[in-house]
Design a protein around this ligand. Structure first.
Ligand SMILES: NC(=O)c1ccc[n+]([C@@H]2O[C@H](COP(=O)([O-])OP(=O)(O)OC[C@H]3O[C@@H](n4cnc5c(N)ncnc54)[C@H](OP(=O)(O)O)[C@@H]3O)[C@@H](O)[C@H]2O)c1
Length: 295
C-alpha cells in the first residue's frame, strides 16, 4: 500500500471485491491530469479480511481519500470519524476524505443518480410515481434522492427473503420524507404488474452476479405499451452492459438510460469533495467511454 515518500503527491483509490470491472481509476486520473494535480488513483482489490485489516489501520495509510464499492459501502462506516448527512441517511458510503486528520464518509451515488436523471433523462422526479427494483445500498441512495426531490410515490420491490431490508428502507424514508408515499412489495408477477401501474419512472438498482446477467426481473409482457405518446423512463444503474431490462423497454418504445452518466456524476462529486475543484465532466465521460471500449 505504501506508494511514495513524496509529501506533495496525493494518493487516492477504490476498494472493492472483486474489482475487475472498475473504470474509476481511468475517470479520476483523467480529472487529476486535467487540473494538472500531483495526484494518483489506484484500484485496490482487497478481500473482506484484508479490507477490515486496512480499515483498522486507516490512520497509518498513506491515502488522502478513497472510494468504496460493493461489498464495502456499509462495512466501512464503523471505521470513519464522521458521516455527511446523505451518507448517514442512506447508511452507505462510497467516498471518504481525510479532513484535518479525520476520516469523513460521503455518499455521492445519490447526487450521481439525480444529476443523470435530470440532465440525461430530462426527468424531474417532483410529483412523479416511481417503481424501484432492489433494496440494497444503491436502491437506498435512489430512494433518498427521490424523497428529497419530492417524488409523489416510490414503490420498492425486492425479493421476499430480504423483506427486512425493504421494510427498513420504507419505514425510514417514510418518516424522513412524509410527503412521498413509500411502499414496499415482494418480487412477484402480480406485484410487478401493480407496481408498474401509472408510474412514470422505473429504476433497476439490483446487482448482477456471474451467470445471471441475462435474468429478467420484469417479464416482457408486463412492460406497458406506450399509450398516447406517453413513454416511461427506464433507468438501469448498471453501466458496463445493457441488461434485458433496458433492451425490452427500448423495444417497446420507452425512453431508456443506463448507469454511465450516474457513474460519471458520482465520480465527479467525489473528485470535487477531495480537491475542491470543478470536475471536468466532458473529459471524464470520454475517459469512461475509452476505458469501456478498451476492455
Ligand atoms: N452507475 C453507478 O454509478 C452505480 C452506483 C452504485 C451502484 N451501481 C450498481 O447498482 C447495483 C446495485 O449496487 P448496490 O451497491 O446496491 O449492491 P447491494 O447493496 O449488494 O444490493 C444488491 C441489490 O441487488 C439485488 N439482487 C441481487 N441479486 C439479485 C437477483 N438474483 N434477483 C433479484 N435481485 C437481486 C438485491 O436485491 P434484494 O434486496 O432482494 O437482496 C439488492 O437490492 C450494482 O450493479 C452496482 O454496480 C451503479
Amino acid at each position: 500500500m505504501r506508494v511514495t515518500g513524496d509529501p506533495e503527491l496525493k494518493v487516492y483509490g477504490i476498494f472493492g471485491y472483486p474489482l475487475g470491472h472498475t473504470v474509476s481509476p481511468a475517470i479520476q486520473n483523467c480529472a487529476f491530469d486535467y487540473h494538472k494535480l500531483k495526484s494518483i488513483y489506484f484500484a485496490f482489490e482487497r478481500s473482506p479480511h484484508r479490507f477490515r485489516y486496512l480499515m483498522q489501520n486507516l490512520r497509518s495509510l498513506m491515502l488522502d481519500g478513497f472510494n468504496v464499492t460493493v461489498p464495502y459501502k456499509r462495512t466501512v462506516i464503523p471505521y470513519l470519524d464522521r458521516l455527511s448527512p446523505e451518507a448517514q441517511a442512506v447508511a452507505a458510503v462510497n467516498t471518504v476524505k481525510k479532513k484535518n486528520g479525520r476520516w469523513v464518509g460521503y455518499n455521492t451515488d445519490c447526487y450521481g443518480f439525480l444529476t443523470s436523471l435530470r440532465k440525461e433523462g430530462r426527468f424531474n422526479p417532483r410529483g412523479k410515481r416511481v417503481l424501484l427494483l432492489g433494496a440494497g445500498g444503491a436502491a437506498r441512495a435512489v430512494a433518498y434522492g427521490l424523497g428529497q426531490s419530492g417524488a409523489k410515490e416510490v414503490r420498492v420491490i425486492n425479493r421476499e427473503k430480504f423483506r427486512e431490508r425493504r421494510e427498513n428502507l420504507v419505514k425510514q424514508f417514510k418518516k424522513m420524507f412524509p410527503r412521498t408515499k413509500f411502499e414496499g412489495f415482494s418480487l412477484n408477477g402480480s406485484n410487478l404488474e401493480r407496481g408498474l401501474k401509472d408510474v412514470q419512472l422505473v429504476v433497476d438498482a439490483t446487482s448482477t452476479s456471474k451467470g445471471d446477467s441475462n435474468r429478467r426481473l420484469i417479464p416482457v409482457d408486463l412492460i406497458p405499451k406506450v399509450r398516447e405518446g406517453r413513454r416511461l423512463l427506464f433507468f438501469d444503474l448498471v453501466y458496463y452492459k445493457t441488461r434485458p431490462f433496458l433492451k425490452d423497454a427500448k423495444r417497446k418504445g420507452h425512453q431508456v438510460l443506463d448507469g454511465k452518466g450516474m457513474l460519471v456524476y458520482q465520480g465527479a462529486k467525489a473528485f470535487e469533495v477531495w480537491t475542491g475543484k470543478r470536475a471536468p465532466i466532458r473529459e471524464m465521460r470520454q475517459a469512461l467511454h475509452d476505458a469501456l471500449h478498451s476492455r
